[in-house]
Ligand binder design. Sequence first.
Ligand code: HEC
Length: 131
Amino acid sequence: MPNIRRLFVVATAVLAPTICAADTTSDMPDIEHGKATFNTMCGVCHSVQKTGGPVEGPNLLGLVGREAASQADFVKYSPALQASNLTWSVETLDRFLVNPMAMVPGTLMPMLIRDDKTRADVIAYLATLKE
Ligand code: HEC
């Protein structure tokens, strides 16, 4: 019965993403919470605007996908971060931000985010910031 088989394939294709989405809703990063956290914990040192803002730390616009210590306007990178050979992704940021000094001993980045959910929210917010 080819028609029933086709119906089943279509039904699976339509329903599967719905079920998955429903299952993971509670784990979805909260970008607004990430932004609020960033503004409180990070915004004092890091700008996320094209021009202006604080210069204590490197500008983080377009961070995800960028090599570590490669923001051209920032001239105070530590030798440790420069030698780290990291490229910023959700995964590397997750490992870095839980404890920067543990991942890159000698880094000058002083702030850590211990809470897994808050860290994921901040990273999701950072990933929305395209140059
Ligand atoms: C007191 C100032 C300060 C605060 C607050 C701060 N940072 Fe930083 N951050 C720095 C400095 C300085 C560096 C450069 C570190 C180095 O060269 O080792 C840096 C580097 C970084 C980098 C690497 C950037 C690159 O171009 O490779 C990321 C990512 C980062 N910080 C994220 C954050 C986040 C997220 C927060 C908030 C949770 C935060 N920082 C809070 C000062 C700060």
